[in-house]
Write a protein that binds this ligand. Structure first.
Ligand SMILES: Cc1cc2nc3c(=O)[nH]c(=O)nc-3n(C[C@H](O)[C@H](O)[C@H](O)COP(=O)(O)OP(=O)(O)OC[C@H]3O[C@@H](n4cnc5c(N)ncnc54)[C@H](O)[C@@H]3O)c2cc1C
Length: 468
């Protein structure tokens, strides 16, 4: 059974549209602040490893909780260069990668987790406003669209459960003019969109203003077994500290125990040139909502402040061997597929051209949302596994890490979601076989009116399934 995205698209159109695209995130194509490399012997109270959102929010909130604390953040490369500078910029209230995923895993506490997620989104907005961070934050809400008949039923069910306002075919197409839309579900409150790299850079600025010392090009290579003395390779610096937070996302954890807890899955994105007013008129989209379709292999897309369309998703590619590697990023077949799907969605934009193409690695665990833990007698906290929904959740994750280090139970640390860790992935080649079989099955489900095969039903029954 074909889906709407199997329609034929002229290869010349796709080739022309991609011909002038540059490889690299559109978000990072702006001036960046620079921070020094660490050298010598550094003494502090708290060191944070990783200069993405999770590390930056941890540093900022640690400084706000205790302004006298000496805080150091070390980043192996540049602030925000990794997932935090490459994502779609959807700031979702969900901490569990969607309500269904959370309900399936933590039915008894999902209401409180949802409340905390909403508070986190509002808190993030309040932090951004009070600190005057220029992040291009827009509380646009989220429009989920059905592009296949069975997805209309899913959206109707979700609307009946109070998860948003159902839009029929005419209403959703009036909102955004795509011939692929059959229905929509709009929730004005649960999502904002943001400029991802500006969020990282502005958080770093706020950290520095709060007294955090930030070092770039400073790769932490070793966590002393005797206590928390962190030996930083670059510049031969050594950081000696009481506590550490590891916010290293897909990169090899300094803790051996975490190596099999996540795998990296590559996600691919395109950005168009800024649309002209005439082009925008052809597609509507005046309320600038974040948009996602409802398939297992889904697309996500949004407008930037200068009216580009950032268009990503669908292919999520796992590479054998469990390693981050730049050579996985420039994947021509995937960019061509994404471009073709763009023109199926917006045939009125056949004159639009892509200026940027890029990819990023997504830190995926077996429960599809962040997990936490403590090591070294409770002096080191870590968070991993945002699985593609970490822009908002990283702020909550930072507070969990700080709560865990403080040692007193809080409503956050009492959550089963925080106390329990996900099952690890098996080593290769089993990981590869299992992940590829699951991806194939999800694609089949999209081509079979959403029906899940035996493998997916078994994973669901074992609490390892994912329903986007
Ligand atoms: C293409 C793409 C699209 C996405 N879209 C969305 C979206 O729209 N909404 C959403 O919510 N989420 C999205 N995500 C996920 C989101 O971007 C991540 O969950 C989030 O950025 C994770 O932040 P982080 O700080 O954990 O990781 P990162 O931003 O990856 O930061 C980790 C940092 O740690 C550093 N580091 C690692 N090891 C060391 C070491 N030993 N020493 C020093 N530094 C180290 C790295 O260099 C890196 O800078 C997307 C991800 C990708 C890749």
């Amino acid at each position: 059974m074909e889906t709407v995205f199997d329609a034929h698209v002229d290869a010349d159109l796709v080739g022309r549209a991609l011909a002038a695209s540059a490889f690299g995130s559109v978000w990072l194509d702006i001036p960046r602040p620079e921070y020094p490399q660490a050298t010598g012997s550094i003494i502090c109270d708290l060191v944070i490893v990783g200069g993405g959102y999770a590390g930056l929010w941890t540093a900022l909130h640690a400084a706000q909780r205790n302004p006298d604390r000496r805080i150091v953040l070390v980043e192996a490369n540049r602030i925000g260069w990794a997932a935090s500078g490459r994502n779609g910029g959807f700031v979702d209230a969900s901490l569990t990668h969607g309500l269904e995923n959370g309900k399936a895993r933590w039915p008894n506490e999902i209401d409180i987790v949802e409340t905390m997620g909403r508070e986190n989104l509002d808190g993030m907005q309040a932090d951004i406003e009070s600190l005057g961070l220029n992040t291009e934050w827009q509380r646009t809400g989220m429009l989920s669209v059905a592009t296949e008949p069975h997805q209309v039923d899913w959206l109707t069910d979700a609307a009946a459960k109070g998860e948003g306002q159902l839009l029929g075919l005419r209403e959703v197409r009036d909102e955004v003019h795509s011939p692929t839309y059959l229905a929509g579900l709009y929730n004005p409150d649960t999502c904002a969109i943001v400029h991802p790299a500006k969020l990282a850079f502005e958080l770093a600025r706020a950290c520095q203003e709060a007294g955090v010392r930030i070092y770039e090009h400073t790769n932490a290579t070793h966590l002393d077994a005797a206590g928390v003395a962190l030996h930083v390779a670059a510049g031969e610096a050594t950081v000696t500290c009481r506590n550490a937070v590891l916010a290293t996302n897909v990169y090899p954890s300094l803790l051996e125990r975490n190596r099999l807890r996540t795998v990296m899955v590559y996600d691919y994105v395109l950005a168009t040139e800024p649309l002209t007013d005439a082009q925008l008129d052809r597609i509507g989209w005046r309320r600038r909502q974040g948009i996602g379709d409802c398939a297992n292999q889904f697309h996500y897309y949004r407008l930037t402040m200068d009216n580009r369309i950032v268009w990503g998703g669908y292919d999520a590619v796992y590479h054998f061997g469990h390693r981050v590697n730049d050579r996985y990023e420039d994947r021509a077949a995937t960019y061509r597929r994404l471009a073709a799907h763009f023109f199926i969605t917006f045939p009125a934009l056949e004159d639009a051209r892509f200026t940027h193409r890029w990819a990023g690695a997504i830190d995926t665990n077996t429960r599809f949302c962040a997990h936490w833990g403590l090591a070294r007698d409770g002096r080191v906290a870590y968070v991993n596994g945002f699985t593609g929904l970490g822009v908002g959740a990283a702020r909550f994750a930072a507070d969990v890490c700080l709560d865990l280090l403080e040692g007193e139970p809080t409503p956050r640390t009492e959550l089963e979601m925080v106390r329990k860790r996900p099952l690890p992935f098996p080593p290769e080649p089993l990981a590869s076989i299992g992940i590829q079989a699951t991806r194939w099955s999800l694609d089949r489900a999209d081509h079979s009116a959403g029906r899940r095969n035996l493998l997916l039903r078994t994973l669901d029954a074992l609490g390892l399934g994912f329903d986007s």
